[in-house]
Design a protein around this ligand. Structure first.
Ligand code: SAM
Length: 284
């Protein structure tokens, strides 16, 4: 075999291996960076947030200047300002009068304090009772009006069960921590229902890196692309609701450069995916 034959066949084998690996990563859902040690019980898996809230209150949280729910949740964080501004305008322009926020996370250190609310009735739901206790306590010496809200209420609840209706459902940085089967259950129970429980839905989460994410915008191809899965609650995976197993007809309406994982900020910014619920429209 001549030298050129060897060089060309090696290049072909390298290219086919690269293409095969790439295609496999796009279409399969196992993820080699998603297993961070969560659990199978959704309530227990998030108990560390209660511990973090206690530490935050006492100034003992190691990175106590960050929010209890993580760096992308702190109202004062510079990286969050473009999103807060965008969200405030969205609420006002669309005349949203009621909001259900699941999960609410931890208001005393969280992002919701930085929103320019415009007279909404706000309900925050979280599976971790400590979040709800702290949020209710937060409003004992403050009024919702100080934050631009008409009312602010909180309840312990599980997003996989029925949520109360409202104009807008917001879910930020929560489905990134739950397995695909549980996200499907949440969608079946609260989003893909007729009559709709919410007129509009905003999903805010880390998106996959561009080499995977771009296929979600390609008709037909998006059907063979799969979200990576995370095996346990409180693990982490990036989300694109346009591709399998969700196939929601969402629009990508805003992106901002923040990440749940410090090592991935440039690679997978946070994304706002918007759904106008419509019982007459077929998803897929
Ligand atoms: C990373 S924090 C995000 C909190 C808030 N959405 C934010 O962006 O700051 C994740 C939160 O999801 C809550 N959570 C996890 N699974 C849930 C479920 N099935 N139903 C309601 N809340 C849930 C946890 O208790 C925790 O407060």
């Amino acid at each position: 075999m001549g030298l050129w034959t060897l060089v060309v066949s090696s290049a072909v084998v390298a290219f086919l291996s690269w293409a095969g690996y790439h295609i496999r990563s796009v279409i399969v859902d196992n993820c080699d960076h998603c297993d961070t040690g969560g659990g199978q019980d959704p309530q227990k898996a998030f108990e560390s947030y209660a511990e973090r809230a206690e530490q935050w209150k006492e100034g003992r949280l190691e990175d106590w200047d960050k929010a209890v729910s993580g760096p992308a949740s702190k109202a004062e964080a510079e990286e969050l300002q473009p999103f807060l501004k965008w969200f405030g305008s969205f609420l006002a322009e669309r005349n949203i009068s009621s909001v259900v926020d699941v999960s609410s996370g931890h208001w005393p250190s969280g992002w919701q304090r930085g929103v320019g609310w415009s007279g909404q009735d706000y309900l925050g739901v979280d599976i971790t009772p400590k979040m709800i206790e702290d949020n209710a306590a937060f409003f004992q010496d403050k009024t919702p009006q100080e934050y631009g809200l008409r009312s602010a209420t909180f309840q312990v609840g599980d997003m996989m069960k029925e949520l109360p209706p409202a104009d807008l459902l917001v879910t930020k940085d929560t489905i990134i921590h739950i397995p695909n089967w549980a996200i499907l259950k949440f969608l079946e129970t609260n989003v893909n229902v007729c009559p709709p429980r919410f007129k509009e839905v905003l999903f805010i989460h880390d998106r996959p890196p561009y080499w995977k994410f771009r296929w979600g915008g390609v008709p037909l191809v998006r059907h063979i692309v799969r979200n990576w899965d995370c095996p346990r609650f409180s693990d982490f995976h990036e989300i694109d609701l346009r591709v399998a197993p969700y196939h929601l007809d969402v629009a990508n309406v805003f992106e901002f450069n923040s990440s749940t994982r410090a090592d991935r900020v440039m690679d997978n910014p946070k994304l706002v995916q918007y759904l106008k619920t419509d019982c007459g429209a077929k998803s897929g």
